[in-house]
Design a protein around this ligand. Structure first.
Ligand code: ADP
Ligand code: MG
Ligand code: ZN
Length: 611
């Protein structure tokens, strides 16, 4: 990555200001050349003395020429008229008098400067409204003159009061962040042996799960300054402004290290380059490049940790996730039942609860709720209790509040009705049991029916294998069977199937097509690369159509072969699950009760022979 400073083209507003300035100077000096501004009384005196040879009157102002030079050497003058009656009276009393007003030099200046200013303002506003910011908060605050100055809160928060005790239900994330806290507390000790601490940590998770809260807690725990910014704050209309802000921010942070820089909603800034169809691209790219350069730039011993948060990691520019940048990602997921109890304990503490309120019962009512939803729940319940003039909040208030919130959440389709939860539980348990039954597959780490991210209603997590470059035919077959486990379980327990398997089917089909088309693993079609891997280097778009290089008949054979592989995989999964029906039932029930099961809590299925 060339860490070159982006060349900032002179921003337009600067040019405009310079032009206005030049105009003003011209105006003022043209007034001054050989012309004196004199009091009106002096003008009258000169008039009486017969020294005025020529006068031009425009409104209140009078310009003219004299027959002899004034003491300052000018023979041109300007003055502003004083109303005649007043002038007469004043003259009688021998007062020196003059008037200001009309279009004096200042007024003229303003009449010159204001219209262009207004024009630039309107243009700015329109430009801002049209693109660039894509509706991301902010707005046109700060006014024209603050454009270019950093709106990032450059003042660090030095005394963050939030601690890890204020965050619950995200224990894994907390564990990962403990190390960062230790490092920020004693950077010297950590670097003594030359160890590197991760520079950037990306908190990934759905909205309201406590990402912002966690970042503040890290600062609070470590007792270091906390620079909080938002990705959207760096996105500006003018090329170079966002980059300058990033530079300012890091400069400031370096002075106060050890410290934390927190960039909330990183996706607003770090969107994959070229991904947005609208304009504003150059600016974003420059800002992003500046951020990358800054992250690469400071040496490893400077104790600055950059935390960022996003709920859309998939759209981030890959360059951001590279080693040395946000190479560590911490998942901040929706809490499971026991996590919800812990979060409720925090948020219900200040409330006055009736004796019948049990945190466990509330947690059981709120699958799929995020930490923010739970905090909101406490408040809603308190409002309901207040409305009925009770002196404490009863369980009925909580059930009422849950219903209210669920109605809102259902629109965003995060809360499952009980029948759906059942289906998801069997589906996920199906994946898990097939994986456990086939020897040699990746061990199952966790099964959950808590919706994750967008789309997935539950998940089965197999320990990520080490980077694999080669996979055997056997392994691919096993993988397909595990993917089919979800659908197979649904088929076994009910006579209907759901749409929940669509993602699994797509993945399994990809594998099957690969086996047939690219890896020569189908005996019927032979060791032929019917389809070569597409020119996917750096994900170049544009190659939509590929010429098919086989006959109509082969195409048909390929379809049949792919289909056969998938049928076989589904059949295998069905067989395994039918043979382990009891484990499937107990497992699904356990999932419904606890929502998340770790690997060793899943009932053991009878192992099967490999194919
Ligand atoms: P995010 O940044 O992930 O969208 P926030 O950190 O802004 O979520 O959370 C909003 C609020 O919800 C927090 O201020 C806190 O009151 C509550 N909250 C969210 N998650 C948790 C949690 N895990 N533990 C305790 N409170 C939480
Ligand atoms: Mg947030
Ligand atoms: Zn599935």
């Amino acid at each position: 990555m060339p860490a070159a400073q982006p060349q900032n083209p002179l921003p337009l507003w600067l040019i405009t200001l310079a032009l206005i300035g030049a105009a003003a100077v011209t105006l003022l000096t043209s007034q001054g050349a050989g012309t004196s501004a004199i009091p009106y009384s002096q003008f009258q005196q000169l008039l009486d003395d017969g020294k005025v040879t020529k006068v031009v009157v425009s409104g209140d102002s009078i310009r003219g020429t004299l027959s002899e030079k004034l003491p300052d050497g000018n023979d041109n003058f300007t003055t502003v008229q004083v109303p005649p009656d007043l002038a007469t009276t004043l003259a009688k009393h021998k007062v020196e008098f003059s008037a200001v007003g009309g279009a004096g030099p200042l007024g003229t200046l303003l009449s010159w400067v204001l219209p262009p200013l207004l024009f630039v303002g309107v243009w700015l506003f329109a430009a801002r409204a049209m693109g660039g910011r894509g509706g991301m908060g902010g707005g046109f605050g700060g006014g024209l003159l603050s454009v270019g100055r950093s709106r990032a809160k450059l003042v660090a928060e030095t005394d963050v009061k939030v601690s890890f005790a204020d965050v619950a239900g995200v224990d894994e994330a907390k564990d990962e962040l403990h190390e960062i806290v230790d490092f920020l507390k004693k950077p010297d000790e950590y670097t003594r042996l030359g160890a590197h601490i991760p520079r950037g940590i990306l908190l990934v998770g759905p909205p309201g799960t406590g990402k912002t809260l966690l970042a503040r807690a890290v600062a609070g725990e470590a007792g270091v300054p906390f620079y909080s910014t938002n990705g959207a704050e760096f996105v500006e209309m003018f090329v170079g402004v966002g980059a300058a802000r990033v530079r300012d921010l890091f400069e400031q942070a370096r002075k106060t290290s050890p410290c934390i820089i927190f960039i909330d909603e990183l996706d607003a800034l770090g969107r994959a380059r070229g991904a947005s169809p609208m304009g504003g691209q150059d600016e974003k790219e420059q800002t992003l490049n500046q951020l990358l350069a800054e992250m690469d730039g400071f040496d490893r011993s400077v104790a600055i940790v950059i935390l960022a948060a996003t709920n859309r990691p998939e759209i981030l520019d890959p360059a951001l996730l590279r080693a040395g940048r946000f190479d560590r990602q911490v998942l901040v997921d929706r809490p499971d039942k026991s996590g919800r109890v812990d979060i409720l304990r925090i948020h219900l503490k200040p409330l006055k609860l009736a004796d019948d309120v049990k945190l466990e019962d509330i947690a059981a009512l709120t699958p799929g709720f995020s930490g923010a939803d739970l905090a909101n729940l406490g408040n809603e319940a308190a409002l309901l209790a207040t409305r009925r003039h009770a002196d404490s909040i009863a369980m009925a208030d909580f059930t009422g509040a849950v219903e209210r919130i669920v109605a809102g959440l259902e629109k965003r389709s995060r809360i499952l009705i009980p029948k759906e939860r059942r289906t998801v539980a069997y589906h996920e348990m199906g994946h898990a049991l097939v994986a456990l039954a086939i020897p040699g597959t990746d061990p199952v780490q966790k099964v959950s029916i808590i919706p994750r991210g967008i789309g997935a209603l539950g998940y089965t997590m197999q320990r990520p294998t080490d980077d694999r470059f080669l996979m055997s035919r056997q392994e691919l077959e096993d993988k397909m069977a595990v993917l089919m486990g979800g659908r197979a379980a649904e088929m076994i327990v009910g006579d209907d199937v759901s749409t929940g398997a669509s993602d699994d089917l797509a993945k399994a089909t990809d594998i099957a097509r690969g086996m047939v088309l690219r890896f020569g693993m189908d005996p019927g079609l032979g060791p032929v690369a019917w389809d070569t891997e597409q020119g996917n280097f750096l994900q170049q778009p544009g190659m939509f159509w590929q010429r098919r290089r086989y006959s109509e008949q082969t195409a048909h054979e390929i379809d049949v072969a792919v289909r056969n592989h998938l049928d076989t995989a589904l059949e295998r999964a069905l067989e395994i699950l039918r043979g382990n029906r009891a484990a499937l039932d107990t497992g699904a029930e356990a999932l419904l009760a606890h929502e998340t099961l770790s690997g060793d809590e899943i009932p053991r299925p009878t192992p099967v022979e490999t194919l």
